[in-house]
Design a protein. Sequence first.
Length: 352
Amino acid sequence: MSAVYRNATPPPIPWVSEGFFDFWSTRVNPLWTLRRPLARLVARHRVSADAVTLELQPNRHFHGLQAGQHINLGVEVDGRLLTRSYSPTPLPGGRLAITVKAMAGGKVSCHLARDAAIGEVFALGQAFGEMTLPAHADQRLLMLAAGSGITPMRALLRQLDAQGMTAPVDLLYWARRREELCFVDELEAMAARHPGLHLTLLLTREGEGAPRVGEHDFGSLPSLASARVLACGPGGFVEAARARLQGQVASFQSEAFSLPQLPAMEQGSVQVQLLRSGRTLTVPRGVALLSALEAQGVQPASGCRMGICNTCVCDKASGVTRHTLTGDLAGEPSTPLKLCVNSASTDLALEL
């Protein structure tokens, strides 16, 4: 009698290659692979005027995640596999929920928000990121979110909700207009259940317009000096929050889904030698190497594009680079280099 596999993965066959096995097994069940984590789109819901939440069912090769972590999602668009990073909310049954806003010119975000069909299967990376909470969180928290930055905060608040919200939490959530806010009903219901959770919605383009994070008055918050701050949003939002609260809080931890723009420090172009492929390219100084290489048709492995997941790391054989987040220069030879958050300052040689 032949074996019947339901949610389990068929056992590996030593004499069959992984590619051959995956090719035929996924014809039986799209999530059956030998080792590769995959996820299937099983539901979608609109959560604001410009965002949708997608529910994904991973296969058994996904190892799970902690609230606040990220995953890399591989999406096929126009025949190319593109990878982007999202912060999921864990759901019952092992499902994951990611919230996506369609960005102008964003091939992956537009596909996920508008075109992805129920049943579509995506490549799935293992979870990464350190903006997490301990099993028993007892430190005062100040959460700052802007736009899509609410997604990891939602996951963290669900964890705290399940634990009974044992420490005070303030969530300050910025958006331009109310219709762009996500999960408001859920957040307000949590605040109603837990007197220690205080929710503040800040709309910068409605009414008189709430002050942005760099001008916000945090003085009314109690025990600010003992607070652990978690901030997530665009790069400019995160850096403004950091500058505003510097020296006033116990700790500051952040993740940005776009890179802040440093003032233009360097102009002109340099030569980048790709040692493995034998190519030499001319790229602009001051532009992140990942973007500069992609513009020339080179497609290095990439993921979060914000310096967290290490997918785009390659060895730099020689040359000087500038970190696009801090402006720091690095000239040490034979060192690992994150392409997404470093630009070329001099001619470079890369192991690509």
